[in-house]
Design a protein around this ligand. Sequence first.
Ligand SMILES: *[C@@H]1O[C@H](CO)[C@@H](O)[C@H](O)[C@H]1NC(C)=O
Ligand SMILES: *[C@@H]1O[C@H](CO)[C@@H](O)[C@H](O)[C@H]1NC(C)=O
Ligand SMILES: *[C@@H]1O[C@H](CO)[C@@H](O)[C@H](O)[C@H]1NC(C)=O
Length: 800
Amino acid sequence: MHVQEDHTIPLVLELKGTTVMGNHKLFAVVLLCCLIAVVAAMPAEHVELVQDGEAVSTYLVHVAYSHSPRATRNTARLTRAYNSFLRDTLPTGMNAPAPSILYSYAHAMTGFAARLTARQAAHLEAQPSVLAVIPDRLYELHTTLSSSFLGLTPSSPLMMESNSATDIVIGVIDTGIYPKDRASFAADPSMTPPPRTFRGGCVSTPDFNATEYCNNKLVGAKFFQQGQLAMASRSPLDVTGHGTHCASIAAGAPVPNANLFGFGQGTAKGTASGARIASYNVCGGGCTSSDIVAGINEAIADRVDVLSISIGVSATPTRLLNDPMMTALFRAVRESIFVSTSAGNYGPRKATVRNLAPWVCTVGASTMNREFRATVVLGNEKIYTGYSLYSGRDPYGKMKPLVYSGDAGSLGCEAGKLEPSKVKGKIVLCAGGGAAQGLAVKQAGGVGAIIASSAANGEYTRADAHLLPAVSVTYADAVEILKYSRTPDPNASISYFRTVTGFVNPPSPRLASTSGRGPNLVAPEILKPDIIAPGVQILAAWTGEVSPSKLDMDPRRVKFNIISGTSMAAPQVSGIAALLKVARPQWSPAAIKSAMMTTAYNVDNFVDVITDMSTGKAAGPFQIGAGHVDPNRALDPGLVYDADEDDYISFLCALGYTPKIVAIFTGGSEVEDICSKRQAIAVGDHNYPAFSVAFKSYDEKVTQRRVVRNVGSNVNAVYTFSYLALPIGWSAIVNTSKLVFDAEHQNLGYTVTFSLIKSAASKSSQTEAHSALVWTDGKHKVVSPIVLTWPTTTAAMAVM
Ligand SMILES: *[C@@H]1O[C@H](CO)[C@@H](O)[C@H](O)[C@H]1NC(C)=O
Ligand SMILES: *[C@@H]1O[C@H](CO)[C@@H](O)[C@H](O)[C@H]1NC(C)=O
Ligand SMILES: *[C@@H]1O[C@H](CO)[C@@H](O)[C@H](O)[C@H]1NC(C)=O
């Protein structure tokens, strides 16, 4: 799940020159984190059962087109066909334990998911009728003001031209949905039935009454939980909150007076508030690729218009083939479904971005002009601003003794480990964590908690729905508070400012430190992330099954919750895509993405370049892609960089994939030599609205081709180009000075040749530079980010 909450790791604070704790203890903390991570990863990375003495696990079996049954929605028939395929393919000595088919797929892939022994899997893979056998793997979830922050007021151009996207169905592949008593998913009586193209619907289970919950707003609710071995909910009902939150961000109906304990008070409204929601629960007790592919398979068959997926593979993939969600989404995009995915929350380290295929839109998370502030005042009169969603009795700045968790028995403020004698009646500075750490302080008798963020997070801190007066502060502030806590009789107080909105310092938007970063390890020439959108402290609908803090001990239940992550950013873009699909029905998913990228903005409300909260410095394309989405400008981009299935096939061939592997994506013939006629096309020639060049040597010249289509109102538009802030050290030469469009020539090509200027680049300590190529006709500005990288050391260059 791409939600912030899921990545709580206690962090060690260090004072310069002094060690806050013995190495021995430090090791224990580190070990504990790893242990938790390993345990959490167990169920899916080692999906193994023992049957008849042999271990079985789940595999996705890609079957060659010529051996596959006819595509049908009748899954029983497909499964019968694949069962006989297995009987025919496995020799007698190998048919025990009998393989069991979990899913048969015809839309998102050609083949099936089955529990097999390693021997059975290897035998299948060796057959000419089988293209590949991929082990099932673990995916993770990534986590209302946003409409007005995005400029989507009722009178805005996009809203006027899209009728709130009432004829669009947004499929949400996530943890299901919680519609009971949630106005975000209620149908306005004026709402007509869903568009006739939609073939989906709702299923009932003991805890999900489709007759009662589904309506003209919530038009689909299904679940796919065969891949789970752990206890799964086996229902469309969302018991975690993530899916409910994401669905309401994309298309929740307007709900006045929405708030979390008064925080973020206002009308909560999905980006495409008139669009329909079809929910596919693929994460009962974890998210596995077999379930996710099943959900996508169903959504394609149901004919949704947009897919919103705030999920990513748990470990950075190095090949697209090993990311079954990406292979399945190839077919979704081929059916003209726009797919918005989250960039993941594994930043700020490089190359942490997830969802790397060019056919999906990969969205990073940024802030809005709203903060939930609290302040810490120390006995030395120093004041620090932090964030909190604490809603209980306000301590009104009452001074209390202060103690550091490392001096009170548990650096990580773990439940049951803090020493009550050292904590009672005090405010505890915890070396990291969230609501769970606050609860541990409360249970040990503490009266308040100050939670340190990690050093890597820079200016970024969390805001949690704490059960005692608590506040999260930056690492830098925590270090000062820690120093002060070691002085005689330290004391501190916490006060709450609650919701602060409007034109406030710090500026907005800023990039969340945790938002996934480029470069793209699968294809460095394809810039990822593509774009950023609001994903920090987003108010949206919540499940009634868990508390806002997600702690079992927390009895509170809320209709709205405030959480952060790229998970929250992706559905904003899904909603915008829904609006654009209505306003520009002729645009392909790639054209919609291009329009959003080339019109994105790069400056904050102080007219400075958008900053990265991890460093406080200007963010570049590897951090924010093309920039922050601007829905109204995306309506009229002037030019678009389009791409279709044929372009994606060329891209796959250019990656070096064989026709057999390409057939896994397309479902087409594996014997046709699909790649040879595309030999001249390089990965960098893929018609992307961004340029990314990874130089291997200083002498290299790299040329990339592009084709733009004029979608502006003037068919005779003439575009000229310029560069934005051309850095010293490299050059980029466009093969033409003008693009002259007319009625016959709506598509025009150009090339850019990039080269490094050795004398400048080799002297620079940098290994990366960025700029932007801008085409303009005087009315439109079509901006494509450019990012260049080169090896670090002269030794590395010498090897080239
Ligand atoms: C489901 O809801 C409908 C409409 O409220 C009701 O008539 C029906 O009895 C419910 N079904 C079950 C199994 O509770
Ligand atoms: C807090 O500490 C400061 C400095 O030690 C002291 O002057 C002040 O009186 C203390 N306040 C309270 C309320 O104890
Ligand atoms: C520039 O390159 C594009 C793509 O190869 C080509 O279509 C176009 O004709 C070239 N323009 C000129 C002026 O050579």
